[in-house]
Design a protein around this ligand. Structure first.
Ligand code: CAA
Length: 383
């Protein structure tokens, strides 16, 4: 085990950092304040090919590896965590299951435009009564002739309303638990498919999060993803990869807050010297840097395992759990280093502190990550 970024990885990092510095950073405060989805900048990112980073060229992607994708999410999130998750939800959650489980026709019809950046994708799993217990899905899909009739509600959906293509999970066979859940590809604009209002969130306010509402939506039979009953496994496998995305997002937020705090600490003079050289602050900086380095190892090595087709579910859960926990700690320290100034709106560490919190909650709370990690180590509990 061991990872090494190549010159190509570092070149991509540089390009994305430049884009984030010029096209995202100047507006991040305003987007956060106004709960504004930056469609124009997402389009610019699409034109650069980044919405298809890890997908093969034959499907319209860039044909790069999982580590390149992790670096992309990290770099965008270093400037704006909300912007980073737009890419993560599009690639890992909305597009990847079509790539991994779709038929050739489905890939041509849905993956290619997503990978080319012509369409945005999203993932509809969470429901009011099925959060951590994703198997408690209540949305139903009933086969009627050549289509399924989809009814139900999904909540907290990243890219909700902005995305064109949704991978949605619904019960096709009731009363048999997770084996009765199936996955479907659903298009925005279909009759009966509507969106709730934008949630007014604590952080990641530049990402759109909305409720999906299905009222007798006719989903053609050919939009069943995989086989009937395979949906829960598709969701779980998708989340394995998605957690690398969120781990990268958390890592990027931590990196951004850390850099900002170091810069501030070098400039801020108290007791006749920069606060960076007061031991209380310099030790904080040392701890922040160490935590970020540990997180980066975990995140990149999970990406590397995914790329090499080694089992990576546990490693992705570890990366997501650790990177998000330390992102919160690092952001907390960054605000502390800024002191009163860090408590004011308009200071980037204030926004990052709020943005970081969601990373310990979504794509599986960190308590669920521990369930996943322990299950990988211990196996099933004896009956
Ligand atoms: N890959 C493939 N299959 C898997 C799997 C995986 N990683 N994990 C479990 N499975 C299979 C099991 O093998 C089992 O198969 P069989 O029926 O053949 O035995 C089946 O799925 C059921 O497994 P479990 O009994 O372990 O399922 P469970 O009901 O106990 O739930 C859980 C397990 C890990 C708690 C799961 O419910 C879970 O991950 N919950 C968290 C949900 C989550 O992460 N939601 C995030 C929503 S998306 C989001 O947040 C995105 C965003 O906004 C950006």
């Amino acid at each position: 085990m061991g990872f090494k970024t190549t010159q190509e990885h570092e070149l991509l990092r540089q390009q994305i950092r430049e884009f984030a510095e010029t096209e995202v950073k100047p507006y991040a405060f305003q987007w956060d304040k106004e709960n504004y989805f930056p469609a124009e900048q997402v389009k610019m990112m699409a034109q650069k090919g980044w919405l298809g980073i890890p997908f093969p060229k034959e499907y319209g992607g860039m044909g790069l590896d999982a580590l390149s994708y992790a670096i992309a999410v990290e770099e965008l999130s270093r400037t704006d965590g909300g912007f980073g998750v737009i890419l993560s939800a599009h690639v890992s959650l909305g597009s990847w299951p079509i790539y991994a489980f779709g038929s050739e026709e489905q890939k041509q019809k849905y993956l290619v435009p997503c990978a080319k950046g012509e369409k945005l994708a999203a993932f509809g799993l969470t429901e009011p009564n099925a959060g951590s217990d994703a198997g408690g899905t209540e949305t139903t899909a009933v086969l009627e002739g050549d289509h399924y009739l989809l009814n139900g509600e999904k909540i907290f959906i990243t890219n909700g309303g902005e995305a064109d293509t949704y991978v949605v999970f619904a019960v096709t066979t009731p009363d048999i638990g997770t084996r009765g859940i199936s996955a479907f590809i659903v298009e925005k604009g279909w009759k009966g498919f509507e969106f709730g209002d934008h949630y007014d969130k604590l952080g990641i306010r530049s990402s759109a999060t909305r409720q999906l509402i299905f009222n007798d939506v006719k989903v053609p039979k050919e939009n069943l993803l995989g086989k009937e009953g395979q949906g829960f496994k598709i969701a779980m496998a998708t989340l394995d990869g998605g957690r690398i995305g969120i781990a990268s997002q958390a890592l990027g937020i931590a990196q951004g807050a850390y850099e900002s705090a170091v810069e501030y600490a070098k400039d801020r003079i108290q007791f006749d010297k920069p606060v960076a050289f007061q031991q209380g602050i310099s030790f904080k900086i040392a701890d922040m840097a160490t935590k970020i380095r540990c997180a980066r190892f975990l995140v990149y090595s999970a990406a590397e395992r995914k790329e090499e087709h080694e089992p990576y579910g546990m490693e992705a859960a570890m990366a997501k759990m650790y990177a998000s926990d330390i992102a919160l700690e690092v952001c907390n320290d960054a605000v502390q280093i800024y002191g009163g100034a860090g408590y004011l709106k308009g200071t980037d560490v204030e926004r990052m502190y709020r943005d970081a919190k969601i990373t310990t909650i979504y794509e599986g709370t960190n308590e669920i990550q521990r369930v996943v990690i322990a299950a990988n180590i211990l196996g099933k509990e004896p009956k």
